[in-house]
Design a protein around this ligand. Structure first.
Ligand code: 1HN
Length: 365
């Protein structure tokens, strides 16, 4: 039987498909190349030094007269993330609010956390009507779609670190935003008994249903620090030192559905082992002096510096001081990665991999 006549070349066919907004799988060479050998770190290891950021924030206080029109937050753009973001999923910034200012209430589907760098407790954020005092190292959540405004009734400037899931949420095309109706600031719950935070501790009302997610939570440093101190003589993680995750007390899971917050103590001279994982992280140096080596780059940090560790990049942390502790606050996107079972780590999975301390046995005589 005669072979059917070939009417067009593959090249012609591919060109035709292209006109029809179709690509044959055989043309997806870029995709195959991207998959081979696993991901390349998305974005760069990069550090925003406080020395520079602090000066720019001071300038922002001059040029942006009123924070009533905008959040005076300087947001860090990773030079290797052209779409915008501190990593490919996370956006970090430092926000400053002058004495007497308010940052008016709004809400959005972007989830945010704030870690306080300067405040005296009279500075506060209101989240869904609950007043959250801001003191150094307090962590305050503004989960997705919760109303939030910030107020500084003191005579001193205050500031905190903002971390949001902006690049992830824009990637999913889920941004919604609303200004608070009727007023610049929210009405606040005046009865402490009505605070949802009263329902997220050791005990809870037996007569109520409970809200498990997106609670307006404040993790006061005065509560977290003693726990960190209590655990500081443990071996800790060989890759992260004494690293604690801020738990969502209602679910027992990560801090927020998209963000996991950590506080991490590096003991004097501590040098962690090198690892890499598919989650990315942004860091704020809350104290001490250290170096985070990412690939072939050394990020040297001191208090109030911010830096980014892209995903799947080998990294290790060093406390440069032999006498002082170093403290890192960080936020990572592991809840997103984990939600679909994609968390990987090399050379081994270090999260939740060790046993809890065993029940003590009597000491033999
Ligand atoms: C935002 O709403 C705040 O409410 C801070 O303080 C930083 C960065 C991007 C998008 C929204 C805030 C933000 C933000």
């Amino acid at each position: 039987m005669a072979k059917p006549e070939i009417k067009k070349s593959l090249q012609q066919f591919d060109d035709e498909l292209k006109q029809l907004y179709i690509t044959g799988q055989w043309q997806y060479e870029g995709l195959l190349a991207a998959c081979i050998g696993g991901p390349k770190p998305r974005g760069e290891a990069y550090l925003w030094p406080w020395k520079m950021v602090g000066e720019k924030l001071a300038e922002a206080c001059d040029v942006l007269e009123e924070s009533v029109t905008a959040r005076r937050s300087l947001l860090f753009n990773n030079p290797g993330v052209p779409m915008g973001g501190t990593t490919h999923t996370l956006l970090m910034g430092i926000q400053m609010i002058k004495a007497g200012e308010i940052a008016w209430a709004h809400r959005h589907t972007l989830a945010a956390v704030r870690f306080v760098a300067k405040g005296d407790g009279k500075v506060f954020t209101v989240v869904n009507g609950e007043k959250c005092p801001m003191q150094p190292n307090d962590l305050i959540l503004t989960p997705q779609w919760t109303w939030h405004d910030h107020q500084n009734p003191t005579k001193e400037t205050a500031m905190w670190v903002d971390v949001l899931d902006v690049p992830f949420m824009l990637g999913l095309n889920q941004p919604f935003y609303e200004p608070y109706p009727g007023d610049k600031v929210q009405a606040v719950r005046d009865k402490p008994s009505e605070h949802l935070q009263q329902r997220a501790g050791w005990v809870r009302p037996v007569w109520e249903n409970s809200q498990k997610e997106n609670l307006p939570l404040r993790y006061a440093w005065k509560d977290v620090e003693p726990q960190l101190r209590a655990l500081a003589d443990q071996p800790g993680s060989p890759y992260d030192g004494v690293a604690l995750e801020y738990v969502n007390p209602m679910t027992g899971g990560p801090t927020l559905p998209t963000l996991s917050c950590w506080i991490q103590l590096l003991r004097p001279g501590e040098h962690t082992k090198k690892h890499r994982h598919t989650s990315s992280a942004v860091y704020f140096a809350a104290g001490g002096e250290g170096t985070t080596i990412v690939g072939d780059k050394a990020l040297e940090w001191t208090k109030n510096d911010c830096f980014a560790v892209p995903n799947w990049a080998w990294h290790e942390h060093v406390n440069r001081s032999m006498s002082e502790e170093a403290l890192l606050f960080s936020v990572n996107d592991s809840p997103i990665v984990n939600a679909f079972g994609h968390y990987r780590e090399e050379p081994e999975v270090s999260l939740r991999s060790m046993s809890i301390p065993a029940v003590p046995v009597p000491k033999s005589k």
